[in-house]
Write a protein that binds this ligand. Structure first.
Ligand SMILES: [Zn+2]
Length: 304
């Protein structure tokens, strides 16, 4: 291969192989086995030689090559008890191996690098996450799971189980392919940890620049401690409670779920299509969004 494939193309290539070999039995994707087998077959002179769990102080995952550059090692943090999180981390490191190993000899990936919706810009951590997400939750199968079902954390929980990933990873995947405006917010102590808007929401100005400033949850938000409860909830409310620029008559559906393993709350915001076309946040427009890359790569799925 002369030209390195982009993250989603790399993942789709492996997905197709798994479908041919394993058929319906391919989920959850065994990321460790894939890393060992695929690298051994495609890159026999410098494969991933070992995938191992260790107590990595301060890291979630690591990819490193030996001195002779003849083999690579993937480590994941065994102190993280969530199997879904471990699977995603291994897939993320495999992404670095396939996409970036000619750039660096070692990758150390912290908690903030993996499985968050925080980034919109192109960097190697975003690419590794895109690879992992696509490999573990291929769009064609994901679409079949959600088609015809009401969206909610129950449905996303089903997807998380099927793919062996965290609820957060499944929810991030869902908003990518949602056909309405959708935003996922992770919060703790009434403040946003990160937020991710899909393309439709982003282009209408419905996003939060959580990397630029600390943002408090709206007082009306279910996840706000003033309304505190730890069970799954949903409510319909004026969109302007979250996004002041939305017209008064626009409502949004808000759903919350405590992501037990991580000690934070997930909030999903679902909104109708935007009614205007002019983005009002030109000054805050980040670089190309994850979602744009789907469409630019021609890989955005047909909606059925
Ligand atoms: Zn990484």
């Amino acid at each position: 291969m002369t030209e390195p494939l982009r993250p989603m193309a790399q993942a789709n290539r492996i997905s197709n192989l798994l479908r041919i070999v394993l058929g319906d039995q391919r989920f959850p994707v065994q990321a460790d086995q894939v890393a060992l087998e695929y690298s051994r077959q495609c890159f026999p002179t410098s494969p991933v030689d070992k995938v191992d769990g260790q107590d990595l102080d301060g890291f979630e995952g690591m990819l490193a090559v030996n001195k002779a550059r003849s083999k690579w090692l993937i480590l994941y943090n065994s102190a993280v008890t969530s199997q879904g999180r471990q699977r995603f981390t291994i897939a993320h490191e495999l992404g670095h191996y396939l996409l970036h190993r000619h750039q660096q000899d070692q990758f150390q990936c912290g908690h903030d690098d993996i499985e968050t919706g925080e980034r919109n810009k192109k960097d190697i951590e975003t690419e590794a996450d895109q690879f992992a997400s696509t490999l573990l939750m291929p769009l064609d199968d994901f679409g079949k799971q959600i088609h015809g079902h009401p969206v909610g954390f129950d449905l996303l929980g089903h997807c998380a189980d099927r793919y062996g990933v965290s609820l957060t990873a499944a929810a991030l995947r869902w908003i990518e392919i949602a056909d309405k405006r959708a935003i996922l917010v992770a919060s703790r102590d009434d403040h946003m940890l990160w937020a991710k808007s899909n393309e439709a929401a982003f282009k209408s100005g419905a996003f939060f620049a959580t990397r630029k400033r600390t943002i408090e949850l709206p007082r009306d938000a279910l996840a706000h401690s003033d309304n505190g409860s730890t069970t799954t909830q949903s409510q319909l409310l004026q969109a302007k409670a979250w996004f002041p620029r939305e017209p008064s008559h626009v409502e949004l559906t808000e759903m919350t779920k405590v992501a037990g393993n991580y000690n934070y709350t997930l909030t999903m915001l679902l909104m109708p299509d935007a009614e205007w076309r002019q983005p009002q946040h030109d000054d805050e427009e980040p670089e190309e969004d994850t979602f744009d890359r789907f469409t630019n790569n021609g890989q955005f799925p047909d909606r059925k």
